[in-house]
Ligand binder design. Structure first.
Ligand SMILES: Nc1ncnc2c1ncn2[C@@H]1O[C@H](COP(=O)(O)OP(=O)(O)O)[C@@H](O)[C@H]1O
Ligand SMILES: [Mg+2]
Length: 447
């Protein structure tokens, strides 16, 4: 009778005969709502309640009690049951309670994620650009969105990897759910595991309560693993298992947790090269690369710069409540010549600054002065490692020699500049004999 009432309202119902069957179903299906009698042929409703709470603290459990056994109902509520129904169950009352439980459950998950989501979200993502390779990326995103395959977005910092991941989510059937993200490079190694997988109460000193990890929070939605190339080796194996089995344990827990997540990963490292250098687990690289998407660097699609610039100017004028601004013609040309090592992020930052600095209605070269005309250095980007721009190829000895020589050369040139070209003074600052400095200047062609 209960099944009929629930199914008539569009709910999916799975029945279990006793506690062991219920516990198995809980593990396999992770239902949103559990409805259990307190008396069962084997085990009891309290056992089901505990198993449900163990698996997912947010799981809504409604218990059914015989008329008159109010103490049992109170005990169940104390153990975490959401509510109780007295038998014989009135179907309307049941439906009301189930609706409420479903709403409460949605709210609980949404609450945790809403703050992060709000901060990260700036409306639905628009991918600006007409470059054929960028169009290809958009096409791939559409194709991948319809499936549940793991997607790996590769590309330099600032090329739009996260933007693509968000667009993918917005295009997918899971778009209603939250976008759960974690930056593997930004979280200290010691905390990363609990952030990903959560922990049980008392799993370690300071673990005062049970905390769900991102894998759990992303249930039925996407999980964005940003900078997955920076994942420490020991965690690579754990992630691999979670991806393959869609199952993991919380830190300090023994119960395997089954989740249904769609993983989207991004990295600015070349994973295949990292595998070759034995810094990355080959199986994980393989597992992640099911559907690879490469974000092209901005210098390889400079035709998109005017369109991007216009898009950002309009956006910042709107955000900053300014009247709309235009670029002086020479400025657009200048921007297109600039190699923009920080990619779209750098362009966006420059333009934001220019919009703030511009008092008239035209953005001139000097508004962009700071990064466009100065020496070509990457905009400070917490995500970029300086080693990405260093040639580390060849054997250990070769690479070390080359990098040291380059470093030495820079150091000498800089010191000589600081010393106003005075070699004696420079040798003093460097604390090396003048003779050595002279020979090095010759060697490096700096004299
Ligand atoms: N094609 C694009 N159109 C519009 N904005 C873009 C585009 N590509 C990147 N951006 C913007 O540039 C910034 C950096 O992009 P992001 O996705 O964070 O790069 P990544 O993750 O590759 O470092 C973001 O603010 C993003 O919205
Ligand atoms: Mg990023």
């Amino acid at each position: 009778m209960l099944r009929h009432a629930l199914e008539a309202q569009g709910h999916t119902v799975v029945e279990a005969r006793d506690q062991p069957e219920a516990v198995q179903a809980l593990r396999d299906l992770r239902p949103g709502i559990v409805l259990s009698d307190l008396r069962l042929p084997e085990g009891d409703g309290f056992g089901v309640l505990r198993a449900a709470k163990e698996l997912d603290p947010e799981m809504a459990v409604i218990v059914m009690t015989a008329f008159g056994s109010i103490q049992d109902a109170v005990a169940a509520i104390k153990e975490g049951a959401l509510d109780f129904l007295a038998k014989p169950v009135d179907p309307d009352h049941l439906l009301l309670m189930v609706e409420r439980a479903a709403a409460q459950r949605r709210m609980a998950t949404e609450n945790i994620l809403l703050k992060e989501e709000l901060a990260a979200r700036r409306g639905a993502p628009t991918i600006v650009g007409e470059n054929p390779r960028l169009k290809q990326v958009t096409l791939s995103l559409h194709r991948a969105a319809a499936t549940d395959t793991t997607v790996l977005v590769e590309g330099e910092s600032g090329t739009g990897k996260e933007l693509f991941a968000r667009a993918l989510h917005a295009l997918s059937p899971r778009a209603d759910g939250p976008f759960v993200a974690i930056n593997c490079a930004a979280i200290p190694e010691t905390l990363l595991e609990t952030e990903l997988f959560g922990h049980e109460k008392g799993a370690f000193t300071g673990a005062a309560t049970r905390k769900p990890g991102k894998f759990e929070l992303a249930h039925r939605g996407p999980l964005f693993l940003d900078e997955i190339g920076d994942l420490p080796l020991p965690l690579q194996a754990k992630i691999l298992r979670a991806l393959e089995e869609k199952r993991f344990e919380r830190l300090g827990g023994t119960v395997p947790i089954q989740v249904d997540v769609r993983v989207v990963a991004a990295t600015n490292r070349n994973l295949k090269a990292a595998v070759a250098a034995r810094q990355y687990c080959e199986d994980l690289c393989f597992r992640l690369s099911v559907f690879p998407i490469t974000a092209p660097p901005l210098r390889e699609r400079q035709e998109d710069i005017p369109m991007l610039a216009k898009f950002f100017v309009d956006r910042f004028c709107r955000d900053l409540n300014k009247k709309s601004l235009a670029f002086a013609p020479s400025v657009v040309e200048e921007m297109q010549k600039y190699p923009c090592p920080g990619n779209v992020r750098e362009l966006q930052n420059c333009i934001e600054r220019a919009v703030i600095l511009t008092e008239g209605d035209t953005i001139h070269g000097h508004h962009l002065h700071l990064s466009f005309r100065g020496p070509i250095v990457a905009a400070p980007d917490p995500e970029a490692s300086p080693w990405q721009r260093v040639d580390l190829s060849g054997s250990m000895t070769e690479a070390t020699r080359r990098v040291l020589a380059e470093m030495e050369q820079h150091k000498i040139a800089q010191t000589l500049r600081d010393a106003g070209g005075n070699k004696g003074r420079a040798a003093e600052i460097l604390q090396i004999p003048l003779r050595l400095l002279t020979s090095k200047l010759r060697e490096y062609g700096l004299d």
